[in-house]
Ligand binder design. Structure first.
Ligand code: ADP
Ligand code: PHD
Length: 458
């Protein structure tokens, strides 16, 4: 049995939905289908999920990103998207869109509960529409909603974590005969108190991974709009190659450091049960894509280079901080209290830097500084914004750490200064920090030197 997740780009309009119908029909083993909300398309520059977030936050979401789309624009975009989908697929709207306007206009929920509810509507209504269309074209498919079979999430409404009970519920309610299929909206679930919660952004990948794990699927197919996972972000380097095979660990590192083709937590349970994942292209379904497995013969030392933009470094200076027992623990505790995720911590006798996502400092920076000043009494705190972290990943790097010499030499030859350098304890990834305004050039330079066929260090 195969679990297939179709991302926003694969369900963004009726043309794409017709493609996924063909993919589902072509293989009887494709029995569990997870769908996202409609992604960006020719008419709408933003994903439906972002319009829903904009609506839930009275227009603040797009305003913060300096995008000129009002609350009213978002409301109209959402309604017209779903109405058009029904029209184009020639299916009746009753029983599907009856509650959409009401959900968006008369919601009594507040704060995070409201945001989670709005966000969930993208997948909820899209799955209903696709289910009806699939039935219309003769597929024996049943719609199963997370609130019905119990996809249970923690009470953190906008970043819910899957609870153990979910696996039991999936096994109990998703018992399928050979000729049966189910379609499930991704990204959301319910709390134990039966309120809607969503996982983190990109969370439909997580729904697919959890279903594959609970049902012990033969494979988890993740359908998107690229031929697989590329060696580098194809938006920066369009002629990059697709990586044929990756280990779970490599994909996890790459996706947590900027390869946003796959959610970095979605492979955790598949890894545990050794369920292979295949990233495939809905627009090119005969292509085999990238397969993610437990092991790979490390013919290639380096498989990919990821880049994470919009990072900031908080550099703390204090004489002898390296000798103050508990200093780092207290510092990390402070970041934790502000809900800020910390990345690398390069450190020395009197200096320590913490890398964080710049976005996380918004609205927090003054209080954070005060807390650090008060509790740790540093001599100085320097903050550098607009950094990019470039990460080189490959299991073969463990045996050949000199690859990094080639990387740094290439940067030197091209006059590209770097701000930070760090090797992970697993020795299968290296991180280089550069100023964001030169990060695309740095990525191109490293790609040319380390991954193009002529120079490949394989
Ligand atoms: N290394 C990479 N390989 C493939 N795609 C990548 C990579 N890095 C970033 N991406 C981007 O990820 C996109 C697919 O992710 P996403 O937009 O979330 O798809 P979906 O809508 O199918 O969930 C691609 O279109 C591509 O622009
Ligand atoms: N629609 C949600 C969940 C998701 O996984 O979407 P996508 O498949 O388009 O990455 C989001 O935008 O975050």
């Amino acid at each position: 049995m195969k679990v297939c997740k179709f991302g926003g780009s694969s369900v963004k309009n009726s043309t794409q939905i017709k493609k996924i119908v063909e993919i589902v029909k072509r293989d009887d083993k494709r029995q569990v289908i997870v769908v996202s909300a409609p992604g960006r398309d020719e008419t709408y520059d933003e994903k439906i999920t972002d319009h829903l977030l904009n609506l839930a936050t009275q227009g603040q979401h797009f305003l913060e990103h300096k995008i000129d789309v009002t609350e009213q624009n978002s409301f109209e975009a959402i309604l017209s998207k779903y109405n058009k989908l029904c029209d184009d697929l020639q299916i009746p709207k009753d029983g599907i869109l009856d509650n959409l306007e009401n959900d968006l206009q008369n919601c009594k929920l507040q704060d995070d509960k409201k945001i989670a509810f709005f966000l969930s509507r993208g997948e909820h209504y899209n799955a209903k529409i696709i289910a009806r269309y699939m039935k219309k074209v003769g597929i024996n498919i049943k719609l199963m909603l997370p609130e019905e079979f119990g996809f249970i999430l923690s009470d953190c409404y906008t970043d819910g974590k899957v609870q153990e009970q979910t696996y039991t519920n999936i096994k109990k309610h998703l018992v399928l005969k050979d000729n049966e299929k189910v379609i499930i909206p991704g990204f959301y679930g319910i709390t134990k108190g039966k309120e809607i919660a969503v996982m983190s952004r990109g969370g439909s990948d997580l729904t697919g991974g959890e279903l594959a794990y609970a049902l012990d699927a033969d494979i988890y197919e993740n359908w998107t709009d690229t031929d697989g996972v590329y060696e580098v972000d194809p938006r920066v380097i369009p002629n990059a190659n697709v990586i044929p095979r990756l280990t779970f660990k490599e994909l996890r590192l790459l996706s947590s450091k900027g390869f946003n083709v796959f959610h970095f937590n979605a492979m955790l349970n598949c890894k545990k049960s050794k369920i292979p994942i295949r990233v495939r292209n809905t627009n090119n379904p005969t292509n085999k894509g990238t397969v993610i497995l437990s092991e790979r013969v490390p013919m290639e030392k380096l498989v990919g280079i990821a880049k994470l933009d919009n990072m900031a470094s908080i550099h703390i200076q204090k004489a002898m901080l390296g000798e103050e027992v508990g200093f780092t623990a207290e510092l990390l505790k402070i970041f934790g209290e502000f809900g800020i995720n910390t990345y690398h911590y390069p450190t020395d006798k009197d200096d320590l830097a913490i890398l964080v996502e710049q976005e996380d400092l918004k609205g927090n920076i003054n209080n954070l500084r005060r807390a650090i000043d008060k509790r740790l009494k540093p001599d100085n705190i320097f903050i550098t914004y607009s950094l990019s972290v470039i990460t080189l990943v490959g299991i073969g790097l463990k045996e050949d750490s000199f690859t990094i010499v080639d990387a740094l030499t290439a940067l030197k030859e091209n006059n590209i200064a770097f701000e930070m350098f760090d090797m992970s304890p697993s020795k299968i990834s290296f991180h280089i920090g550069v100023a964001q305004n030169i990060s695309d050039i740095a990525l191109e330079t490293l790609y040319e030197k380390l991954l193009t066929k002529d120079n490949c260090i394989c």
